[in-house]
Design a protein around this ligand. Sequence first.
Ligand code: ZN
Length: 406
Amino acid sequence: MTVIDRFLKYVSFDTQSSETSDTTPSTDKQMNLALELKKEVEAMGLTEISLDEHAYLMATLPANTDAKIPTIGFIAHLDTSPDMSGANVKPRIVEHYDGKDIVLSEKENVVLSPTMFPELLHHIGEDLIVTDGTTLLGADDKAGIAEIMTAIQYLIDYPEIKHGKIRIAFNPDEEIGMGASKFDVAKFDCDWAYTMDGGEAGELEYENFNAAGAKVIVKGLNVHPGYAKNKMVNASLIAAQFAGILPPHERPEHTEGYEGFFHLTGMTGTVEEATLSYIVRDHDKNKFDQRLKRLEEVTAYLNKIYPEGTIQLEIKQQYRNMREIVEPQKHIVDLAENAMKEVGLKPLVRPIRGGTDGAQLSFKGLPCPNIFAGGLNFHGRYEWVPIQSMEKAVKVIVKIIELNAL
Ligand SMILES: [Zn+2]
C-alpha cells in the first residue's frame, strides 16, 4: 500500500475527539481506527504490539543489526479536531495543481483559493488531496499515521537498510490536549521520539510556549448610586483598570514569532464582583516569569489604591517549553535536520505559538520534537495535503532511522 492508499483508508474512519468528555479516548470511535491499525501492524509482523483500553497503540520494528543503536520512536495521533465533522470524509485528488481556485463544493459555494491561502502557490504542479467542502480532511494527523506506517513497511521491504529498534505509537485525543496524558512513556521505552504532526514540508519544531492561565477576581461594594459617595467600590471599573495597565502591544493580535503576550480571553462584571480571565504565553522562561510577576505587581498596586484584598489573582501553570529538555540533546534535532537535507528538503525550524503533545512527553522524560506531516489549513473544510509532502515525510522518517544507525 502506498502512503496515499493508507491515507485515504484512514480518513474514512471518523475519529473526532470531544472536549466535553472526560474519558480516554474521549470518543469510542477513535478505538475503531486503533483496532484497524493493530491488525495492520500484526500483518506487517511487528512485535511488542499493545493496545490499551485508552486506545494507545504501540508496536516495535526490531533492530536488524547487532550494533548498539539508540531506540527511537515515531508518534502520530488518531483523533481529528472537535471543530468540524470528520464523518463521511470524501477526499478528492487534484492532479497537477494549476495554481487556480479549487471548487470544493459547487452546491455550497466552498472554494479553496490561493487568494485566501497563498501557500497553495508553493505547490503548483503537485497533486493535492482536498475535501468535498463539507467536512475536514483529517490530514491532521492521519497523514502522520500513513507516513509512519509506510516508512516502517519500507524498512521491512528493504532489509539492506540497517537500523536499530524502532517504536511507533498512535494516541487518541491530541486535539483536546490530552494526547500525552495517558501515554505510557516507560512502556514506550525510547531514547527519544518524534511526533509526525503539523504542517508544511520541512517544518521542524522543538520550541513551544511556556503557558499559564490567570484569573483576576475583583470584589466590589455595591451601595445605592444616589448615596454612594466615598462608599461604593465598582468591581467592573477596577477590572477595566487592571486590563488597561497591561501593555496593549503585548497581545496576540500584535505579536508573532518569539513575542509573548497577555491574552484577555474573557471578562464578567457587576458592581459587586468582576473577573478577568487571561492566558499568558512566552517562549523565554525568564520573560514568562516576568509576565507572571507583572500580574502580581498590578494586583499589589491596585490593592494599595483600593481596600486591601479587593483584587485577587490566581495563576495556574499550564505547560512548558520543551526547548529546555530538547536543547541539551540537540543531536535529536540535528538528526532530523540532516535527514531533511539529505532528502532534498530545506528544514524550517520554527517556534510553535502554542503547545504540543511532544512538549508534555518531553517533560515526562521522552524528548520529542515535532516533524511536519504535510497537511495545511487544519481543523476545517479547507484542509488539504500535497501527496508529494506526504511522500517526503516518509523519506524523512526512513532517513532519520538510517542516519541514526550510522
Ligand atoms: Zn495534529
